[in-house]
Design a protein around this ligand. Sequence first.
Ligand code: GAL
Length: 365
Amino acid sequence: MERKNCYFISFILLIVVWLAGCDSYAEPSELPSVPSAAEQDHTLEEDVTVIRTLKIGLSMDTLVEERWEKDRDMFKEAVEALGAEVEVKAANGNDALQIAQAETLISQGVDLLVLVPHNAEAAATIVGKAQMAGIPVISYDRLVKNANIDLYISFDNEKVGELQAEAITALVPEGKYVYIGGASTDNNAHLLKEGVYNVLQPFIERGDITVVYDQWTEAWMPANAKQNMQAALIANDNDIDAVIAANDATAGGVIEALAEQGLAGKVPVAGQDAELAGLQHIVNGEQAMTVYKSIKSLTEQAAEIAVRMASGEVIETDTTINNGKKDVPTVFLTPVAVDKTNIEETIIADGFHRAEDIYHGLPNK
Ligand code: GAL
């Protein structure tokens, strides 16, 4: 067969094959549509669930008092045990620094902010910024006033004050009292004082008890509490029968001032927080009692609530407290009065402090 014919035939064949291919070539409308970027994302999202570690921001006023280090460490541990992470910042009692630190946490995109305010009013600014960023805020231990916080968790601070006054009035039902309050910027200091006067009021009305001196303690500083107690002793010629101090740190300042006048151990003193130094004052007779607050329970509950809220859950509570702006969903834990008769079954049993540290250098009871 002549070469020419071959070419012709193969050319025909080629045309035939090509035409066959054309037939299977789908019309543009029949071509599979190229998914848009959004569609591609959508399908991806549908297909791939992004497991992102939740991030909790913890903005603290201070780490000065012994308890706050426990709060920080135990909260972090509890949150990490729930698979989330914590970024901690402490402002050393400085409002402007706390606001700047909170702004950093907010700009880092934390999923939830846990806030221990230095100043109950000033911290409202932080809540406003978090809210603008759609970040829920938990007010931890101390209430932020006049702000749209999502939840408040703390011990019943009024109850703390009541426990202090009940213990001291049982020892000194009549006489001259001194009240050494906490920092007036801290809403807890106001709740504590309310609790103390809930119990003292009937004694005052009967004329059994007179509060001869009552002062807030600037920044909860023991040195300021000592100065206040020195002023109270001078103003009353050392004729004081009992002292209620808002926490163990301020009670320590009070005891120093009493000791200068040879009155330590003679004038019953109440405190709070079950600090090691406070417990040592109790076992050596210079302090009558303290109030124990299980930081472990507080941090575990706060961590669980924080992670659930950070995952978008709304937490219902049985209790609310009004902070001047709204009725805030609230979780209250119960404080426990501690004196030398029940240190074992409370503080030591919970592992809050070790017996050897409390009784250090003292004949075991
Ligand atoms: C309060 C807190 C107390 C006490 C104090 C000083 O708000 O409830 O436990 O330690 O702050 O930091």
